[in-house]
Design a protein around this ligand. Structure first.
Ligand code: DLZ
Length: 168
């Protein structure tokens, strides 16, 4: 089957200068997750998010991302929380269990809190596929997660004005 470009379109990033954002990042596969973190930070900065409006915490693995996100949601008023992790397929089904638990934990947290909680978790069959999604030929999924957080935070505020345009 021919490959197709599934990356999101150019988006208008809202002005993030008033947004308070939390990021929780997993320490498993740290080369990947720290590249995702850098991509997310760069995008938030481009949108005007202030350094002192951003809190970053680390958790051991992706399975702990929902716990970390909940901590960020309960410790301060925030406009969005971004979860960054990397789950790479192993010899067993462990990765499947982790990935589905994390996805449903993050979804549940967003729905129950009403605050956007973003799934910025790369799930791949190989380390190479993860590298391609952490600043390689498939972009940086941390940057995309940050753009999603900004869009949802903006929707939450209901203010359609003052947009800056960038791509990722
Ligand atoms: C145990 C485990 C495994 C096998 N693989 C990954 C992975 O690919 N990515 C990741 O973020 N975390 C992994 N972990 C760790 C779990 O997420 C979790 O930290 C432990 O099971 C402890 O709860």
């Amino acid at each position: 089957m021919a490959s197709r470009d599934a990356s999101p379109p150019m988006v208008n990033l809202p002005d993030g200068s008033s947004f308070k954002i939390g990021i929780v990042v997993a320490q498993w596969n740290p080369d990947i997750t720290h590249a995702l973190l850098q991509g997310a930070k760069d995008t938030l900065k481009k949108a005007g998010v202030k350094d002192d409006h951003l809190e970053v915490i680390e958790v051991p693995g992706s399975f702990e991302l929902p716990w970390g996100a909940r901590r960020l949601l309960t410790s301060a008023k925030r406009n969005a929380v971004i979860c960054l992790g990397c789950i790479i397929q192993g010899e067993t089904k462990h990765d499947d269990y982790i990935a589905s638990a994390v996805a449903s934990g993050i979804m549940q947290l967003g729905l129950t809190s009403g605050i956007p909680v973003i799934f910025g978790v790369v799930t791949t069959n190989t380390p190479e596929q993860a590298i391609e999604r952490a600043g390689g030929k498939h972009g940086n999924k941390g940057a995309e997660a940050a753009a999603t957080a900004l869009q949802l935070a903006h929707l939450q505020q209901g203010d359609p004005s003052n947009k800056k345009t960038i791509g990722y």
